[in-house]
Design a protein around this ligand. Structure first.
Ligand code: 4NP
Length: 165
């Protein structure tokens, strides 16, 4: 099966999707927001969350620049709170998407054996971007957050279409 084709089995009828970056304050909250919007648009019943492989920002709201980016597109993410990914997430979620390779590697290290979640890079759901990372905008400028938003909305749209089938 090509990497970008997802399959939800009978036992996994209600998909549960987790987006994972490093701090859970920039990229994965934007991915969560973009995918919530797409899931609403497609009328999908999906459990959606985001988390970070690191714990430095646990309990914090998204970075103000991420909040401002989502707000520009009409989405309020100020109530989101960062949390660290935990081994149980691999049972709770059917799909876990890492925003880049470092986070994918770290996720593989903490994955429980025999886990339920399908684990891949987020951009793998976009056929022409298989293997691509969503660049970390934390040390960047506003344009970098715009680029993050473009990437995650493209992936969110592709993912919603796949899960709507
Ligand atoms: P994120 O961005 O992984 O997209 O949330 C970062 C947030 C914080 C840090 C690095 C990246 N940090 O080094 O604190």
């Amino acid at each position: 099966m090509p990497k970008h084709q997802l399959h939800v089995s009978q036992e996994e009828r209600i998909p549960a999707v987790l987006f994972v970056c490093l701090g859970n304050i920039c990229r994965s909250p934007l991915a969560e927001a973009a995918f919530r919007a797409e899931a609403d648009r497609f009328g999908l019943d999906i459990h959606i969350d985001s988390a970070g492989t690191g714990n430095w920002h646990a309990g914090s709201p998204p970075d103000p620049r991420a909040q401002a980016t989502a707000r520009r597109y009409g989405i309020d993410i100020s109530h989101y709170r960062a949390r660290q990914v935990e081994p149980e997430d691999f049972q709770r979620f059917t799909h876990i998407f890492a925003l880049d390779d470092d986070n994918l590697r770290n996720l593989r290290q903490i994955a429980l054996t025999g886990h339920r979640a399908h684990l891949s890079l987020l951009m793998d759901v976009v056929p022409e971007k298989v293997g691509a990372a969503v660049k970390d905008p934390y040390y960047g400028a506003d344009e970098d957050f715009e680029e993050t938003w473009r990437d995650v909305t493209q992936a969110a749209c592709a993912l919603a279409k796949m899960l709507a089938r």
